[in-house]
Design a protein around this ligand. Sequence first.
Ligand code: TXA
Ligand code: MG
Length: 343
Amino acid sequence: MSSTGPVLTTDSRIAVEALRAGKLVAIPTETVYGLGVDAANPEAMARLYAAKGRPANHPVIVHLADRVQLRDWVAEVPEDAWRLAEAFWPGPLTLILPKTAHVLDAVTGGQPTVGLRVPNHPLTLDVLRAFGSGVAAPSANRFGKLSPTRPEHVLDALGHRVDVILDGGPCRVGLESTIVSFADAKHPMILRPGMITAAQIAQVLGRPVNYPDDDSAAMHSAPGTLPAHYAPKVPVELVDAATLQERITDCYEQGMRIGALVLQPFPDYSESHLSVIIAPEQAEAYAEQLYASLWELDRAGCERIFVETVPDTDEWKAVLDRLNRAAQSFRPDQPLYAIQENR
Ligand code: TXA
Ligand code: MG
């Protein structure tokens, strides 16, 4: 860590050298920026947890250059996991698999499994190939906050806590990877929805793959899937189009500065009190922009962000999941101080 702040570069060699030196390197992926360290270096892992402000029992995903490297990290790769890796890597899919003995507890949170993925970003694939081993990388945000999809988000969230930011431009997918757990090899489960849908996974495996019940053991094994994740600093209210106008009028009359992320153009109030972003109507384009839009409304000094809810279908599932989480810490019946205390 330097007092002058992180090095911002597009040179993958600088990133590789920093990883070898045990430093923290923000890496672009197609989903979100990751905060990467050498997954085999215990001191670097400790610095990673400190930089994120993350509890020590939260496992992180190890990023690989190629699926053949799975053999270094996984005791036994079930055939169905190979199929998914072949179909979707490099891409926005994480596989949870039984770990080999040498995988650090700091990586797995002490669990018998390890999360792995081959991300699809040319710069980061260059880094991973040259580095030659696994790079542990949670999303490059402080624990429980919005994930970064632009280099400036990383700088804003982590500042001097990160040593190098590898600038790969905006993330193409924009939401974190779909996580499929093979902790029970016979019954794979989707622990976190992403833009690779349950239907796409089922098609490759030739059978349906389920989501665990909210209170199941599988859910508790992925602590990053706690309800209040992915929250911006400002309270987010998720409302349908019919109540949107009414809620905004209420807050507007109290003199609040409001942000709105909506699917349809919106009647204007006074410019100084309302920031509106009209989001794309297609799930993929919506996902790509979601975190950047919430970030922008957060930074615009809004005291409340209203988000028009999206369809409850398979293709929107990951978007709706993140919106529900962003809105989790806000309840209209709580006074504002209680909301802030809960964050
Ligand atoms: O798209 C992504 O997955 C991004 C990019 C950077 O690759 N990474 C990401 O990492 O979202 P993170 O740490 O923010 O979220 C990882 C999730 C957490 O919910 C964690 O609990 C879960 O993966 N996870 C990791 N290893 C696990 C394991 N062995 N068992 C269960 N869950 C695991
Ligand atoms: Mg995260």
